[in-house]
Design a protein around this ligand. Sequence first.
Ligand code: NAD
Ligand code: PRE
Length: 340
Amino acid sequence: ARGVTVHLADHDPDRASTAAALGAGTDEAPAGPVDLAVVAVPPAHVARTLADAMRRGLARGYIDVASVKGGPRRELEALGCDLAPYIGTHPMAGKEKSGPLAASADLFEGRPWVLTPTRDSDTEVFNLALELIALCRAVPVVMDADGHDRAVALVSHTPQLVSSMVAARLEEADETAVRLCGQGIRDVTRIAASDPRMWVEILSANPGPVADVLSGLAADLEETVQALRALQSGDEAKRRGGADGIEDVLRRGNTGRERVPGKHGSAPAAYEVVAVLISDQPGQLARIFADAGHAGVNIEDVRIEHATGQQAGLVQLMVEPASADTLARTLVERGWSLRR
Ligand SMILES: NC(=O)c1ccc[n+]([C@@H]2O[C@H](COP(=O)([O-])OP(=O)(O)OC[C@H]3O[C@@H](n4cnc5c(N)ncnc54)[C@H](O)[C@@H]3O)[C@@H](O)[C@H]2O)c1
Ligand SMILES: O=C(O)C(=O)C[C@]1(C(=O)O)C=C[C@@H](O)C=C1
């Protein structure tokens, strides 16, 4: 969308070709070295993938986007690589789903994107990374790698574990309780759907800082349990103490929540949704994408809703409002049923 040629490579070629079909770039290899190589593989593979790319002279500059920064840098150093053309980065935006079908063009808009240059980093690579961040309309934040890892222990890694632990309460819960799930639990547990293998890698690269935050949380949990037990007491003074304890934790939560910044940049473009009914058969998604391509319409985001207990689903295609009518008309002409 910003006129940059993007070459995609993945050790699973189907993933690269799906991303290319969605408009992310080309899965053909570049003819020579590119400006910037962006390594977006699971954290445990980052250093080896970077070292391999550097050995092959794939680019002038190299960055990675892994969720942890200290470990990959130290591994790269241990592999004997020249660290000058490398800068570790981390965009603070993502989804609980992985793979190219979960991608969206505006994911990074207005989000912080951390850069961890050192004194030895090549200025030209730093500028290339800044240019990429600007093109994605994210907000650059410079930090040192270990400071970054301590910060994300608090704002990303602990929330992931807490969300998973709350969701894990539902594993054995009675069906009558589960049926009552409303928006509150949906908000708290969205990221509990994340890929466990990816998160084991992230947490394995940042165990100390996450354990420190969790032990503070454990102390709060213990006090909250005591306060709730006091609320069950027959003694009026104990009950009052319990209510004060609970109010204290809720008020501290209000104060903490107020510190969560809004998006820095403009809100992402408002897309129009064209919803297409599909049956659970192989190749349906590929046909819809091909038909959208035929209409000359760019798909900005995709969501798939499976109907419970039925072999059918709803594919929500997010497109620029000006393209929605063209897309809808083409899809109907090609035999699809729409829900708008
Ligand atoms: N998902 C998020 O929310 C999020 C946000 C910010 C940063 N990150 C970081 O981005 C990176 C990728 O995460 P993702 O969510 O995009 O995962 P993903 O599973 O969608 O993508 C990872 C891709 O790497 C490929 N891969 C694995 N090993 C490889 C190798 N050795 N060589 C080449 N390709 C290889 C996989 O086939 C896969 O397509 C991770 O380091 C993660 O920490 C993720
Ligand atoms: O919102 C989500 O689903 C995320 O995966 C986001 C999130 C986060 O914690 O903010 C998760 C891990 C990444 O390293 C960066 C972003």
